[in-house]
Design a protein around this ligand. Structure first.
Ligand code: NAP
Length: 322
């Protein structure tokens, strides 16, 4: 029986559990242990993506759990994302079908445009879209408005219960709001104590678009400046409350009402990251964590490290601060 986890209510009325499991860099080989551990702990929200090349492994575990009756489809909240190599209206339905087949599902709960930047892969497996010289191949004709309209058709046919955006800036979000028939149900962006996205959160709150925080503990790139998990404010609160720094960082966002999708492939950390509902951070602790915000300087994901040349695309979102 899953523990009671608060939900974030999406604009379409459907509920997304406030904590989900991130799956970027979880290998297909380790997925059985990772996902089974998470489901046993009570995670019901899983964050996937075609880019992560592990949807097939996720699908196998989900099928085992569903077939055995240990879980029902209605209890799960599965998010996945359209890859940048398919950022064209004509590719959306095909990729949704491909991803549903990998996940062994009839529908996903949330389908996101992974990035406003479009790429041209040699084929559907070429998710990094690099040419023979290792240079990224950009699709300079990305048309976000027509792309989003194709996403809306997935809601019409029931293959996605909700659709949304990821890594879009406020101007791009407003462009979608100007043309949409079905409002984006979610914006997935980097949010953590060093990069709190206060301005973007306020804009989304005005438009009633809930945010899901990726990289909530800011741990993926340990060589990019000070490590949030080792920040003395974080470690001293953790020590005083008898919690781990990771739990403090996750609780901070959850207490702000922001959905989080921490990734771990480590059994103990998967369990710990979910145990954030048996304590509360005091207003003083919340204020201290709020004070760690570095604004734009705290951003980790500029994508140039994995997608060299990404920022040359006309829709690269981080050329403007919000
Ligand atoms: N939409 C997007 O463009 C986008 C971009 C990035 C991420 N995401 C999604 O968001 C998820 C989370 O982001 P992320 O994976 O980049 O970053 P993250 O969840 O902030 O950090 C993951 C890293 O932290 C380690 N870790 C996990 N829990 C820990 C703890 N309690 N204490 C210490 N270290 C811990 C993990 O290692 P171990 O595995 O060894 O525990 C892993 O190296 C991704 O998996 C993905 O689903 C989306």
């Amino acid at each position: 029986m899953a523990k009671a986890v608060p939900d974030v209510v999406l604009p379409n009325g459907r509920k997304m559990p406030i904590i989900g499991l991130g799956t970027y860099k979880s290998s297909p080989e380790e997925m059985k242990t990772v996902l089974s551990t998470a489901l046993e702990c009570g995670y019901r929200h899983i964050d996937a993506a075609y880019l992560y090349q592990n949807e097939g492994a996720i699908g196998k575990v989900l099928k085992e759990w569903l077939d055995s009756g240990r879980i029902t489809r209605e209890e799960l909240f599965i998010t996945t994302k359209l890859p940048a190599i398919a950022n064209r209206a004509a590719d959306v339905a095909r990729f949704m079908d491909k991803q549903l087949k990998l996940l062994q599902l009839d529908y996903v709960d949330l389908y996101l445009i992974h990035s406003p930047v479009g790429l041209k892969g040699k084929d559907d497996d070429d998710v990094w879209a690099l040419d023979d010289k290792g240079n990224i191949v950009l699709d300079l004709e990305t048309d976000l408005e027509s792309l989003y309209k194709a996403m809306e058709e997935l809601v019409d046919c029931g293959k996605a219960k909700a659709i949304g955006l990821s890594n879009f800036n406020s101007k791009q979000i407003e462009r979608i709001l100007n043309v949409c028939r079905i409002k984006p149900s979610n914006l997935q962006v980097e949010v953590h104590a060093y990069h709190q996205q206060k301005a973007l959160r306020e804009i989304c709150s005005k438009h009633k678009i809930p945010i899901c925080a990726y990289a909530p503990i800011a741990a993926p790139y340990r060589d990019q400046g000070p490590i949030l998990l080792e920040n003395p404010t974080v470690t001293s609160i953790a020590k005083r409350l008898g919690k781990t720094p990771g739990q403090i960082l996750i609780r901070f966002l959850v207490q702000l009402g922001i959905a989080v999708i921490p990734k771990s492939s480590n059994v103990k950390r998967i369990q710990q990251n979910f145990q954030v509902f048996d304590f509360t951070l005091s207003p003083e602790d919340m204020a201290a964590l709020d004070g760690l915000d570095k604004g734009e300087k705290g951003r980790l994901f500029i994508f140039e490290d994995v997608f060299k040349g990404f920022s040359k695309h006309p829709e690269y979102p981080f050329h403007i601060p919000v």
